[in-house]
Write a protein that binds this ligand. Structure first.
Ligand SMILES: [Zn+2]
Length: 68
């Protein structure tokens, strides 16, 4: 079969972490989720968000979830 190839993060190309597939960390997972949100929440595309921004995104996502 195919040789084992280490999967890389869909966001930053680091090796994926088992717990956060297909991402390397909670941070990248949140970046990806943030990209999904329509319009009102945009991240700078090439910058890693600060912890405060990640917290903002988390809150935003939770609020979105409760609304629907
Ligand atoms: Zn990553």
């Amino acid at each position: 079969m195919m040789s084992f190839k280490k999967a890389i993060c869909a966001i930053c190309d680091k090796p994926q972490a088992e717990a956060y597939k297909p991402f390397c960390s909670a941070k990248c997972k949140l970046i990806d989720l943030g990209n999904w949100i329509d319009g009102d929440y945009r991240l700078p595309s090439e910058e890693v968000p600060s912890d405060a921004e990640i917290l903002d995104i988390s809150i935003h996502l939770l609020q979105n979830k409760e609304k629907s």
